[in-house]
Design a binder for this molecule. Sequence first.
Ligand code: ADP
Ligand code: MG
Length: 607
Amino acid sequence: MKTEAVDSAAAGVAGAPARRAARRALLVAFVALAFVLPQLPVPDFWITQANYIGLYALVAMGLVLLIGVVGLTSFGQAAFVGIGAYTTAVLATALGLSPWLNLLIGLALTCASALVLGWVTLRLSGHYLPLATIAWCLALNYSMANMEWLGKFDGILGVPPIAIGAIDFTEGRNIYYLIWGAALLGAAALINLLDSRPGRAIRALNGGVPMAEAMGIPTFRYKVQVFVIAALLAAVSGWLFAHFQRSVNPSPFGIKWGIEYLVMAVIGGIGNVWGAFAGATVVKIIEDQLQVILPRLTGTTGNFETIVFGIGLVLMLKYAPQGLWPFLSKWAPAPQRARDWDTASAFPERERPQRGSLLLEVERVRKQFGGLVAVNDVSFELRAGEILGLIGPNGAGKSTTFNLVTGTLPKTAGAVRFRGEDISALRAREIARRGVSRTFQHVRMMPAMTVLENVALGGWQRGHSGALAAMLRLDRAEERRMFREAERELARIGMADQMHELAGNLPLGRQRLMEIARALCTDPVLLLLDEPAAGLRHREKKALAEVLRQLRAEGMTLLLVEHDMDFVMNLTDRIVVMEYGTKLMEGTPAEVQASPAVRAAYLGTEH
Ligand code: ADP
Ligand code: MG
């Protein structure tokens, strides 16, 4: 039963073993062909084209990360290419510095400018980033074209070739290896990154920000990081470009090219790193053809290919928004994770408070949405090791109370103390790091990630590995611990056999259970569950109640919103009843059941 589920899930993701082997063979063939191409008797022109494609792919894969994974659009990548190119051109010609040193300096400059640009604009929502990147690209390009020491429109000539010892990369067939080595390493680094602790956080940036923050993840920092990584890839491309062309001038770093890189990413398919190669190839080939055909058609010379690309981009977005990649992906190796974490060591666990000690104090918290008082000066306490139920009719303010306690929403007034510390002014992720975790009434998850990956998002704050370690695959030991923990929490709620399925394919009730496993993966002291049993069948509800009792026995403290009265009455130690944002009463399940006021509230009659 178990293996069957795992196999069918794996088949859904990766295809049958024979197909999988064929796909891997194709990737190997692609890399092997890339490797031997300059040794084959092909025309020099081909090699030159391949060099441009590699240079473009480096920039476009940064955009795949930005647009496809995170949902941020940049028109300004050409400017970062320009920084990489001009830095090495100036330093090599004026000061005679080594290209390798210039690469480091160029990357540092790019990193600094991307940090500043990202820091200022990524906080702003909506269209500010695209606009800011356009402005940035125009401004930088204008500076290049107007500064005496950058050679104005003529640029800088006589850039020396890159050399390693006695080998110099003057010739196209030599520098090909540098360019394609960089492009393939870049692709491998990005693929590694996406399959890691920082990578899951990055993938959650697209539509999962409140959830990620509630898991303790600093989402803004990751946004800036992604922006910087994309800029660095562009700068490497620029560095190679300057030494390949042996000269630089402003025109390849203008807004026209900013748009063209975007076209490559979109045409290739922003859903996959390999799409960048497909897009770069298609754009390069079409562009060359258009430069021959269009002047004949129009009778004049001009940048008409930009217009054609613009129209092509619009059509592409309308009819094939995923680009070419979905058509190519049949032949690409599908990522799959072997279950290799049985022997991994467990993460350390947080120290639990003394049973019965005061854990959470909610003091006159208040939330107003305009004129509506959703939570009206509500107070209650939670002691370690108890299950407190929060009940009340729809719209009573229960979920809003959760949001106030966990920092998901700012309070209008009132205070919350956790383990004696005032957490009223803390952000959601800071509260999460202190050991408060939650689920959401409206499930918040990443549907395109597997169940296991979603749960591992909860484990983010228990790991340490950063982007560089992930790119270099130095994070595998920690990853094994992370997945061991995620599977353990899934097993606890009876979902280990579904861990390889895509979360979006689960029924709603299962998605809620998955959220509980994710919350448990943060190693919480206090767990807030918003309607965990909704959508579950009778048998599943009983199993869930048993899990929650077990958690309590292990010293966990729970705050629970639930509409199923049997579930609440049999499970909770105490109950707080809310109505119209106000606390109506507090007592044991028996006292609440006996209260005429509560009965009236539920029946909707005046008492
Ligand atoms: P419950 O979880 O008890 O069903 P909620 O806390 O979700 O209730 O909502 C309490 C009240 O606050 C409702 O009247 C709801 O419409 C309102 N409310 C909740 N969230 C918002 C919001 N973001 N903006 C405006 N009103 C809201
Ligand atoms: Mg609610």
